[in-house]
Each structure stands twice: as C-alpha cells, then as structure tokens.
Design a binder for this molecule. Structure first.
Ligand code: FE2
Length: 356
C-alpha cells in the first residue's frame, strides 16, 4: 500500500475543513491494532456440521466504488485502486453512463487488467444494455469465467458467490428484478463465510445524505444486517458511512466505536443480534454532490460541502494476519484519507468445523 503525501495546498485544505468533520471521520482508535492483540470471536452454534469455508488471505484488499463515468476522474480512481494494491473491486452500479459496455471493459482492463477480480451490480444507468449480447452482464460473466469463478443466480441482479473466503451478494433492488430481500436472507443463511458483503446500487433516503429517495425498501438492508453482512451501496455521488447499527430501518446506533463488530442474528434467541454498517461510496468519477441531510447515525460524511474529491473505500481483510479483523479507509485521488475505521467479524475456530 502506498501512502502519498499531499501537497502543501492539499494539507492546507485539510486543515481548513470544519472541525466537526475531522472529528466525525477520523478514528479516535486509529492504528490501535497495529501492534496489539489477536482478534477473537465466538463459536457459532451448529458449526460442527458445516464445512469450514475458505480462509481469506492476509491483508486481502477490496476497493468499493460506484457512479464511475468515462472520464479522467474515473480513470484516476482506477489508478488509485491499482496503486493501493487492491486485490478486487466491488462496483456498486452506474458504470460509464454511456451505454458502452465494451469501452467500459476496455478502460478497466487497461488499468487493472483483464483478469482483475472486478465485480459489479447493475445501476439505474446500466439497465438499458445490461442483458443480451454485448451487454454489461456478458462482460462481467466473461470476467468471472476467466477467473474460474462460478456464481449462483442472475449475475449483478440477484447473484452470489464466494471468492477468497469472502461471500459476495450482489443485487439490484429498485433497478432490476424482484424478491431481492428474500434472496439476500436465503443466501446469507446458506453461507458461512466469515466475511460477507451485500451490495446494490440504490438507497433508502435515510441511508444516504444527498437527494435520493426511498428506492429499495428497508427489507434488503434489514436482511443484510441480520445476516451480518457489510452493506455496500452507491447512487448518491458522495461518500457516507454509518456507525454500527442495530436497525437500519430505524437508524438505531448500536455503538459509536471506530471498531465496528459485525454480528448475525442468532435465530435460536428472541433477541435480534444483527449488527452492521452501511456505506455509500459514490465518488467513482461521475460527479460530486452536496450534503442535504444529516443524522446521528452517520460516522462520516464527505460531500462537496466538505470539499470532497473522487476516491474509493478500501477494506483490508484479515488485517496484518488477524483473522476476523479488517481495516477500512476512504482515500481520495489526492492521497488523503478522509475516513478510517476497523471492522470485526466473528471467527469460528478451526476445531469447530468438520474436515470432511
Ligand atoms: Fe444511480
């Protein structure tokens, strides 16, 4: 991972940002895992009957973007992803805004390579030419095949797969298809990967801080939360990230800690133990919008009001060899980190898995 040092002008800009923004987006527990303890996790019930899922490699880095477009800023974000040494991309919809899948694919290949793990769900600007010969889905499917990856379902619409020990559920509520919440629930119940990511493009109004409306319904959020999956969205052209939530629908904060402990709902108890966070990573290159909303469930808000630039959210899974720990940071194309936090997932001990 390369750390670029910003120019004097950029450092000045950072200093000029409102104090509240600095406090909200910079981790008070910053680097607390750099030299400290191993992560631990509870043993899940019924674990002995399951096959142990694949382990995610140490420091496995996934970049999360959305709302890309075809221009220079989009290319700069792809270059940033390459320079950060990311191992995979999750693109949460809105690709090139030009209905030109071949050109979109060519730009990705030119910077990241034809065999780079680049996963995507369909956005509202991609649905005209998503299906069929020459459509976005055909390119996404061909890439999966080049990677030797099989998936379940309608790729990028209602689809899921495991890659390097991370379970990806890519859906399209409010864009294409129906029954996404049930699909998310069923797939998260079937899979037992430690790391689980549930991604789609659109939002509910209170799960973004710009001008978007209630497009997805709450169920996709709530089922992802109950399944202990990180919720990755885009659509609004800014970056925002919640605290750990015990309810997305009610925006109920479970903790304001900068270490966010994911948890799935244990169906054998009356309590709803589901805990996760939601982010909008929509600064992939198309445009940068303003802040129109606020709420105490937001841990970081980064819009034109805060002087935002394009960038990506990075998640480093099994950070420094600590299984079940991830370090996340949003970095812009000037090399400035504007949000940083840790995520913990429950680790199941090796002895609790069947080896058959
Ligand atoms: Fe969109």
């Amino acid at each position: 991972m390369k750390d670029k040092h910003g120019s004097a002008a950029l450092m000045l800009l950072l200093w000029l940002l409102p104090a509240a923004y600095i406090i909200s987006c910079q981790s008070s527990a910053r680097d607390s895992y750099e030299h400290s303890r191993n992560s631990t996790g509870k043993i899940q019930k019924e674990a002995s009957a399951r096959l142990r899922p694949a382990k995610t490699p140490d420091n496995y880095t996934v970049a999360f973007i959305g709302d890309q477009g075809p221009k220079v800023n989009a290319l700069a974000v792809l270059e940033l992803i390459k320079n950060e040494g990311a191992d995979a991309v999750v693109h949460s919809g809105d690709f090139d805004y030009e209905n030109n899948p071949a050109a979109w694919e060519a730009r990705i290949n030119a910077i990241l390579g034809a065999d780079f793990p680049y996963f995507a769900c369909v956005g509202n600007h991609d649905d005209d030419i998503f299906y069929g010969s020459g459509g976005y889905q055909e390119f996404l499917a061909a890439r999966m095949k080049r990677l030797g990856l099989t998936w379940e379902g309608d790729l990028g619409v209602k689809s899921s797969f495991v890659f390097n020990g991370i379970f990806f559920v890519l859906t399209a509520p409010g864009v294409l298809g129906s029954g996404h919440a049930k699909y998310i629930r069923d797939k998260l119940a079937e899979d037992h990967s430690i790391w689980r990511i549930s991604s789609w493009h659109k939002n509910m109004r209170r799960m973004q801080i710009g001008g978007k409306e209630n497009d997805t319904g709450w169920e996709v959020y709530e089922e992802s939360r109950k399944g202990g999956a990180i919720i990755a969205t885009a659509h609004e052209h800014s970056y925002s990230r919640t605290h750990l939530l015990r309810s997305c629908k009610n925006q109920t904060v479970a903790s304001t800690s900068d270490t966010l402990a994911l948890s799935a709902d244990d169906l054998t108890t009356r309590e709803d133990e589901g805990r996760t966070f939601v982010f909008v990573s929509g600064l992939g290159g198309k445009s940068i919008r303003d802040q129109e909303l606020a709420g105490d469930w937001w841990a970081c808000i980064y819009t034109s009001n805060q002087g935002a630039n394009y960038g990506a959210l990075f998640g480093i899974f099994n950070y420094q060899g600590r299984e079940g720990l991830a370090k996340f940071y949003f970095k812009n194309i000037d090399g400035i980190v504007v949000d940083e936090f840790y995520v913990k997932a429950k680790v199941i001990k090796l002895d609790d898995w069947s080896t058959k």
